[in-house]
Design a protein around this ligand. Sequence first.
Ligand code: MRU
Length: 368
Amino acid sequence: MKVGGQHFRTIWLKADDDDVVQLIDQRFLPHRFVIEEVTTVEQMAIAIREMHVRGAGLIGASAGFGMYLAALGAREKDSLDQHLDVAAKQLAATRPTAVNLAWAIERQLTSIAEGKTAREKIAIALNTAKQIAEEDAEHCRRIGEHGLHLISQIARKKAGKPVNVLTHCNAGWLAFVDYGSALAPIYAAHDNGLAVHVWIDETRPRNQGSKLTAWELGQHGVPHTLIADNTGGHLMQRGEVDLVIVGTDRTTYTGDVANKIGTYLKALAAKDNQIPFYVALPSSSFDWKIRDGLEIPIEERGADEVKHADGWLDGRHVEVHVAPEDSPAANYGFDVTPRRLVTGLITERGVCNADEKSILELFPEHSP
Ligand code: MRU
């Protein structure tokens, strides 16, 4: 997608130097556009854990490149396989909820095992990392096409008035390699001349809505309005929301959806107001093993994120207290929206119901 008119992806290999991975360091957005260079798996693990990169698809792509850097770093060592095992564990431990992380690491380990020499293994790891990134972008592009039909249907009924879409957190191109999941249909609609307007939940405590979604929609010229997290229900009661589209960090093959904390409450409000609630995801975000969404591991983060607010002042990053210093705080990163509240899933293969039968009809290769 475009930043200041120039096309960017969120992660890529440095031109003319395959030993360096470059990525947009999202901690500085929207105030500064910083590109970080990563050359070791240790640095990549930090980038994922400390959220320089975040969002399910991008976490997966970063892990793919991380495994390649691990192979590269062990090229002089006899124990390349052992080194890769350690790297896989190190990357897998960075964040627990987005299933794309384990999926990408597993894919790398399976592919690399085909190589006989260190040189072959490194070449395979490089190709696999590139493939994971390419596929992520292509799948998100197709999600945009499928989701466009849903928005067009609503647009026809609104006779030129903007279609109001509510979204939570950031499931745009910054959360993937390109295009995004929840925002891909919105970009497709906007690019096709449909009037769309996006309500963006600020998404406390990390504010991915205010910092990232607002920034990327603004860069693309999509009309949007930031709202405090608890505003959605009010807007829905007043007919100001036509459709909700969110992303997901992990969705079970039965249709239960883990996404950024607060998503469940939006789904409940949407149900009460008969507003369609869609979840957009590439197939890499399905968990083909877990049946019940409540078994999905939920990341718990530091209390400071809840007790503090942060931003930029005179070109400096500042953090301020918003709570009594001695009050305990809990910080659950994600919640699970049960399938009964989900109108449909928008995938790269099309839109389906959030239930086991429909999901496996679309992805029969995962049938038992
Ligand atoms: O903690 P984050 O920023 O990595 O959270 C993940 C997300 O961006 C959201 O939960 C998103 O809606 C789904 S991931 C595309």
